[in-house]
Design a protein around this ligand. Structure first.
Ligand code: GAL
Length: 856
């Protein structure tokens, strides 16, 4: 086996030379991808791969290269994306692969960075995406039943899957053609829910597998969360941990297609986050226990632009607490620590690909896995105790293992990384609010950073205004009525009151409206009488209130709005919305059920029909006046603004507005809803990474709006004047919104004497001597920046977090000057964490170095 290891570099050099030759000759070299029980096998070599999900429509083409480069720098080999059927085929038979939907361009961008692609075609994708990625027209095909043994469904699924495969083949993007796609997925987590579909579900699953294979992509297919995935498909695992997973055949490798790096945000929910120490632990455990491919879901989450968010109630931000944040900036220390983990695992690759692990107990809740054959040896030592640190003995040496951590030993001796010990820097991201007025708060004149003109407005009328409205007896389900052409559906009726009706108490009557959700507004005689909304856990609404009626004709207009269609669960496609009743008036002497009365229906808003969101189309509806109505429902607003200077990511803080959708230069930046608050409880001040994680474990922002900041992709902006249009449903004051840019604040790090050396000091698994001790490294986030000041430095027992460090009882007097000397004026610096440099401020204590620096 040692021979294999020694042969590898020679082989790699030969392969590189061949590749170069082929490139010079203008040809793309076909890559052969197969698998065996250990790993994916690429051109005859087993590979240990790290992958990350980046969904192309959740960012913009100009952001793709930067995000992908950061993924590569973070140690990823593979980029995984779903394919979103609804955006590619908005109308049956009319395909769209332009702009943000240019799948081939995205795949090529990944290839240009030298990375592989895992293409998860689905075409059901879940993904917190509207209707799980299915186009709505699919629902209206006669006789169709989704995701089961149903001919109309299978025909459509096959047609679209083949279309995607053909498009990729046409562009030469499969590895078998010299392209980057090494893997593909069909369906998505069907095994989680297939029992609800019975025997036809199983038949469908087998059909889907066979159909996929018949498309002849030349690369393996996977089915995730499908224990009985038929050969040759590989069944893979999704979850927060997958170390205990085993594939359904000894001939298949252990693969993890979704390692949830955080969790998604709902309107009305608190903000989830997952500590990197736990994520790193999960990753290391997976490779420790025989895994060779894992994918972060998400590595960059991005933004649910347009009305693409699923639901109900999925928020517009799909940040996911991923290693690259919504705006495309690295999130530290998550990104940096995982990069270090990936390097540590790659140092073990020569051992991981030649043998299976053998396990030995290191005591209760402690386990070693050793990959050893010939002269190659790599080991992982795990402490899976959620509470206590342990000292274990392995191969005659003592190792200190913090609770809930894995140490990685690429030579079976030296610890190059422990998942709970972060060597990477921490950065604080700041939202800097831009000054849009030339008068400062103290009254002085200043130069504004952004010019925002006055607001014009257009009133969205209450009730039916369109000619094509439909009148029918009874209440209709919303999605079947609108086909999701709009979030909005008006339900209008009227009653004539004489004054002696049994449902009256004087001039009042109690109105009850029951709706499947998601949001309801009740208008009586053109005036708002109330509103209600469901939540992510139950979208149902039961609204009731006394209303005032007048003698003669009374108009009842109910506006029902959806906030993203269901994307998960058995039969999710049949989950309804809207006012299906009962709708009832009642008084002391009786009631009037309006559920089967004549109702008139209008799909969508008049402003949507008039394209008010598109400022290139002039409309007489707009009123420009110095004063504009505020805190009034159903109103469109429009202004012009200049783009913020520089290239920092831009967002709008919608605090002051209610709920609606916003467009920049005619492009939707998604739904906004800053008044939807997270519950008061369920959050933790600081999340303990030790012990099993779940999506409710670490939440922040309880009692606060789920989302106030909404990303405006830079490419939506143009030099000079830009248009911003809002449709406000509930009522707000647009003068309160502000523009912000996202910047990195301080750069910090804290490294202790007990930490391993920086991972970069190890270049191969064969390097048996630790040349360096622990060191603290700082690096300015942007090109061209240098460290301009050291705001804090302490060697001893400092405490606190970035931005609020404080000295402990034990503190070296030289810390600041030593760090200043090493770091000021350079873009990155490395400072050894040792008493040799700082003097020894106290003995018998493990000391650490904490630094906060500013870059400019
Ligand atoms: C998985 C699903 C993904 C995504 C994830 C939660 O079950 O496969 O598409 O929805 O959950 O973010």
């Amino acid at each position: 086996m040692a021979a294999t290891a020694r042969l590898l570099p020679a082989f790699a050099a030969a392969a590189a030379a061949l590749l170069l030759l082929l490139c010079l000759a203008g040809g793309a070299r076909a890559t052969n991808v197969t698998y065996d029980h250990r790993a994916l096998v690429i051109d005859g070599v087993r590979r240990v791969l790290v992958s990350g999900s980046i969904h192309y429509p959740r960012s913009t083409p100009d952001m793709w290269p930067g995000i992908i480069q950061k993924a590569k720098d973070g140690g990823l080999d593979v980029i995984e994306t779903y394919v979103f059927w609804d955006i590619h085929e908005p109308v049956r038979g009319q395909y769209d692969f332009e702009g943000r939907k240019d799948l081939a361009a995205f795949v090529k961008t990944v290839a240009d960075a030298g990375l592989y692609v895992h293409l998860r075609i689905g075409p059901y994708v879940c993904a917190e995406w509207n209707y799980g990625g299915f186009p709505l027209w699919l629902h209206f095909i006669p006789g169709i039943k989704f995701r089961t043994d149903n001919e109309p469904f299978k025909a459509e699924m096959q047609r679209f899957t083949a279309k995607v495969v053909d498009t990729m083949k046409g562009a030469g993007l499969y590895a078998s053609q010299g392209g980057p796609i090494i893997l593909s997925q069909i369906e998505n987590e069907y095994g989680n829910i297939d029992s609800a579909y019975g025997a036809p579900g199983k038949a469908y699953m087998r059909w889907a597998a066979g159909m996929a294979v018949s498309l002849d992509t030349g690369v393996p297919w996977v089915m995730c969360q499908q224990t009985d995935a038929p050969d040759p498909l590989i069944n893979t695992c999704n979850g927060f941990y997958c170390d205990q997973f085993t594939p359904n055949s000894a001939a298949k490798p252990k693969m993890w297609t979704e390692n949830w790096s955080g969790w998604f945000l709902s309107f009305g929910g608190a903000v989830p986050y997952r500590p990197v120490e736990d994520l790193a632990f999960a990753v290391a455990r997976f490779y420790q226990r025989g895994g060779t491919f894992q994918n972060y879901y998400m590595y960059h989450g991005g933004t649910n632009l347009d009305r693409s968010s699923g639901g109900p109630f999925i928020a517009t931000s799909y940040d996911y607490d991923a290693p690259i944040d919504e705006y495309g900036l690295v999130r530290e220390p998550k990104w940096g620590h995982l990069r270090d983990v990936h390097k540590a695992i790659k140092l073990c690759e020569p051992a991981l690909i030649v043998t299976d692990p053998s396990y030995t107990s290191l005591g209760p809740n402690a386990e070693a896995a050793v990959y050893k054959t010939g002269s190659v040896c790599a080991a992982f030592l795990a402490n899976i105790d959620g509470q206590s640190d342990k000292t274990v003995t392995f191969n005659g040496r003592m190792y200190r293992l913090p609770a809930w951590s894995v140490s990685i030993l690429p030579d079976c001796k030296n610890v190059v990384l422990n998942t709970a010990q972060i060597n990477s820097q921490v950065t604080s991201s700041e939202m800097r609010y831009l000054e849009s007025s030339n008068v400062a708060s103290d009254g002085s004149f200043i130069t504004p950073e952004l010019a925002v003109s006055g607001w014009s407005y257009a009133i969205e009328p209450v009730g039916i205004t369109k000619d094509n409205a439909l009148t029918k007896a009874g209440l209709m389900e919303q999605i079947n009525t609108t086909a999701d052409a709009s979030d909005f559906l008006w339900y209008s009726t009227s009653i004539t009151v004489k004054g002696d009706e049994p449902y009256l108490n004087g001039s009042q009557s109690n109105l009850v409206v029951n709706s499947l959700g998601h949001v309801l507004q009740v208008y009586i005689n053109g005036k708002i009488a109330g509103s209600a909304q469901g939540s992510a856990s139950s979208s149902l609404i039961s609204w009731q209130k006394p209303i005032e009626l007048v003698p003669g004709k009374n108009k009842i207009d109910l506006l029902s709005a959806t906030v993203g269609l269901s994307n998960y669960g058995a039969f999710f496609d049949l989950v309804g919305a809207g006012i299906t009743g009962p709708v009832k008036l009642s008084g002391t002497n009786g009631a009037l059920d309006l559920s089967s009365a004549e109702w008139t229906y209008q799909i969508g808003l008049r402003g949507e029909d008039l394209h008010l969101y598109d400022p290139s189309e002039a409309s007489p509806e707009w009123v420009s006046a110095n004063a504009y109505p505020i805190n009034q429902p159903l109103i469109w607003y429009k202004t012009k603004f200049t783009p913020p200077a520089g290239d920092d990511p831009v967002a709008i803080d919608f605090t002051g507005m209610g709920k609606g959708e916003a467009w920049v230069n005619g492009q939707s930046i998604g739904r906004y809803w800053p008044t939807n608050l997270a519950p008061q409880s369920g959050c933790v001040n600081s999340c303990n990474y030790r012990g099993s994680y779940n999506s409710n474990k670490c939440l922040k922002k309880c009692g606060q709006p789920s989302q106030t900041l909404y990303h405006v992709p830079r490419s939506f902006l143009q030099p000079g004047s830009n248009d911003l249009v809002l449709f406000e449903q509930f009522g707000g004051d647009p003068s309160k919104i502000s523009f912000v840019i996202r910047q990195t604040g301080s750069v910090c790090a804290q490294v202790s004497e007990a930490h391993p050396a920086q991972i970069d000091s190890w270049n191969s698994s064969q390097q048996t001597m630790q040349r360096y001790g622990p060191a603290l490294r700082l690096e300015c986030p942007k090109d061209g920046q240098v460290i301009s000041s050291i705001k804090f430095a302490s060697f001893g027992t400092p405490s606190g977090t970035c931005g609020s460090y404080s000295h402990g009882e034990c503190s070296s007097t030289q810390a600041l000057s030593v760090v200043q000397e090493a770091c000021i004026g350079v873009s990155s610096c490395s400072v050894p964490v040792s008493s040799t440099y700082f003097g020894n401020p106290c003995t018998g204590v493990t000391k650490s170095l904490a630094v906060e620096a500013a870059c400019s």
